[in-house]
Design a protein around this ligand. Structure first.
Ligand code: GSH
Length: 149
């Protein structure tokens, strides 16, 4: 598939999220150490967390955990007990969280100095929007392909 087609599909995904993940309203507290997000690019729940991180303009290290990925998936299982994504670790507070809604609540509470925006509060709507935004990208960003470390 050509790069232009990929860009169009990516644009469709962004349009479905109505521009979320583009602008930031900033944060009140800055993490001393960057947050650590164990993430699957094509996962709708991970997408929501990345959007919240962007909205809060927080420093974050992203560790890709595609299906079949051998680097960080086993680490998440060791740390949290299972391979489930998103998984957030905050070295500043020791918090370690699964569940996108809990992670988003935590980020706004700890660093935003404000509650998560209303659009994050209705879990079913939020999930439906994130899932539909992932559809144009099909399964991209979910599976690992061979590469050289
Ligand atoms: N309710 C969870 C759902 C998370 C979830 O289902 N994540 C999927 C990826 S979209 C997952 O981790 N699947 C297991 C795997 O890929 O091994 C949330 O909101 O974070």
């Amino acid at each position: 598939m050509s790069h232009n087609t990929e860009v169009l599909r990516s644009l469709a995904a962004s349009a479905l999220q109505q521009g979320r993940g583009i602008a930031s309203k900033g944060h009140r507290k800055t993490p001393q150490e960057p947050l650590e997000l164990y993430d699957m690019e094509g996962c709708p729940f991970c997408r929501l967390v990345r959007e919240a991180l962007t909205d809060l303009d927080l420093d974050v290290l992203i560790f890709p955990c595609p299906k079949g990925g051998e680097r960080y998936r086993p680490l998440v299982e060791r740390l949290g007990g299972r391979q489930r994504f998103p998984y957030l670790m905050d070295p500043n507070t020791g918090a370690a969280l699964y569940e996108s809604a809990d992670i988003i609540d935590y980020l706004y509470r700890e660093y935003g100095g404000r509650p998560a925006p209303r659009r994050w509060l209705v879990r079913s709507l939020r999930t439906a929007a994130a899932v539909s935004a992932s559809l144009p990208r099909a399964s991209r960003g979910l599976h690992a392909l061979d590469s050289k470390t």
